[in-house]
Design a protein around this ligand. Structure first.
Ligand code: GRF
Length: 208
């Protein structure tokens, strides 16, 4: 069975959704850069190895990334999942895991890279918003797209309401991406992700 390491910074609801979907992978470890991350407690309670690599204890980004890589590599995972991980990674770190590291981003990439995606979507008046699971490349939030889900932006939406609507879809598509990986169905061809036998299911237009 393939194994994964999940890297978080906080709440860890995506990590939890992946664990509870029980894709056919072994969750070797959950690692957080913040010792206060609620997700760590959840992982420990589920009997999953959980560890902190505290970025505040390192003098440079390079030193932190080296330590994070050592913590990940100790488990020799087949895939690394960034799930609400809020640190910018060095190019060296990203290149080390190129083709075997996924991230979830709360927008329909390539729109709204970076932070505060829901606020910016509301400010610009977009009518459709969503989330994206993508491979991580050195260019922030620009890697090959595995799966996306769209949600409507509705009159009266606040940032919180919209975020919650998107988050429900994050919790569907990230486990789906992990399942595809576990089944050996993900292939990268010239920067495009093909999912063997997935048909149109790389794009999800769910009910609200
Ligand atoms: C999610 O919205 C994710 O897309 C973004 O950060 C949030 C993390 O939430 N990158 P959680 O920690 O998984 O609950």
């Amino acid at each position: 069975m393939k194994s994964i390491v999940i890297v978080i910074s906080g709440r860890g609801s995506n990590m939890r959704a992946i664990v509870e979907a029980e894709p056919p992978v072994r969750v070797a470890a959950v690692i957080s850069n913040d010792p206060g991350a609620a997700g760590l407690e959840y992982a420990r309670a589920r009997g999953i190895f959980a560890q902190t690599v505290n970025h505040r204890e390192f003098a440079s980004r390079e030193a932190f990334d080296a330590s994070l890589a050592a913590a990940i590599d100790a488990h020799a995972p087949d895939l690394v999942l960034l799930a609400g991980f809020m640190r910018i990674l060095t190019d060296g770190f990203v290149q080390r895991y190129e083709g075997r590291m996924l991230n979830i981003h709360p927008s329909l990439l390539p729109s709204f890279t970076g932070l505060h995606t829901h606020r910016r979507a509301l400010e610009l008046g977009v009518k459709i918003h969503g989330c994206t699971v993508h491979y991580v490349t050195p260019r922030l939030d620009h890697g090959p797209i595995v799966i996306q889900a769209a949600v409507p932006v509705l009159p009266g939406d606040t940032e919180e309401i919209l975020a919650a609507r998107v988050l429900r879809q994050e919790h569907r598509i990230y486990p789906q991406a992990v399942r595809w990986f576990a089944e050996g169905r993900l292939a990268l061809e010239n920067g495009i992700v093909r999912v063997a036998g997935a048909g149109a299911s790389q794009s999800a237009f769910p009910d609200r």
